[in-house]
Every structure is written in C-alpha cells, then in structure tokens.
Design a protein around this ligand. Sequence first.
Ligand code: ZN
Length: 193
Amino acid sequence: MVSTAGADREEVIRVRCPFCHNADSRVIDSREADEGATTRRRRSCPQCGRRFTTVEEAVLAVVKRSGVSEPFNRAKVVAGVRRACQGRPVDEDQLALLAQQVEDTIRASGAAEVPSHEVGLAILGPLRELDEVAYLRFASVYRAFTSLEDFEKEITELRTRYVAAGTPLLPGMQPDPPAVRRRGGSRSAGPGT
Ligand SMILES: [Zn+2]
C-alpha cells in the first residue's frame, strides 16, 4: 500500500531518469522555492549515475461547467484577457502580472479545485483596475450582458467607484467640452477698450 499523504512519504514518487530511462532515481537534495509553492529536488540515477533536478508544484485544478477539470493555466487567463484588451494600452507585462494576481487570489482561497467561473470572478477585479474598457468587454461576455441596461448599470458602478474613491475622472470619462468655433475676432479678449 502506497500512501502519498505526509511529507515523509514523498520519495515514494518514482521519477524516471531522463538520460538512461531507468525507472527510478534517488533524491539527494530537496528544497522549497517560490515561497514554498514549488519543491526542487536534486536527483541521482542509480543506473547511470547522472544527476538532474525536478520541480514539483501543487496542481490547482479548474473544474469546467461540463465537470471536466484541468490544471489552472496562467497562459489561458492571459489569452482571455488579451482578447478583451485589443486596441487598449495594455502591455504583455501587465497581462502577466494580472494572471499572477488571479492565480494568487485563487490559491489564497486554499482550495485545490475551483470552478471555472471563480477564475472569471478573480479576473474582474484586477482587470477593472487595469483598463475600464477591457473590463467592460470582459464583463459583458463573462456575465452575459444581454442589454444596453446591463452596460449602463456597469458603467454607473464604475463611475460611482471613481467618485467614492475621490479619484478624478479619467479623460475618457468626462463629457467633451462643447466644440466652439470662433469666427473672426469680434469678441477677442485682448485689451482694446
Ligand atoms: Zn540514468
């Protein structure tokens, strides 16, 4: 009987030698990395004597509506958000950071498995901070907006947040000043009286 519970049993996991394909290898050193999120193990092959390193990471599973689960994938978050950011001033570094924030949020919940809609939820917050237009696009798909009223409500909430936070409205959120064309110089402000 093989138990995988408990850290003292982890050497039960057999790792094939990548050089000679011997079915097992010996752990010679083990250390945590990325603040404990991953474990690096230095291994040695008893057959050919060569050494190699493996990295273990706890799998965070995302369960889709169909019931199928797959490992959480930051690249998928980036791909989904990138689509919403088309034509917006958002760069790849910001997308990568957002995906990292999403993963941190989900991992912080402590669950080993999360439904896929929670991934969407975790995207909304940081995306709203990043770009309101991309946020609206993403939210409209994610929350299945069906009418203009849905957009209006969301935009009203965005505006309310700005007012509540005491942040000045962004240029795009202010009404344009009326375009006044002055012809001639009849009402020039110059001194001439
Ligand atoms: Zn080997």
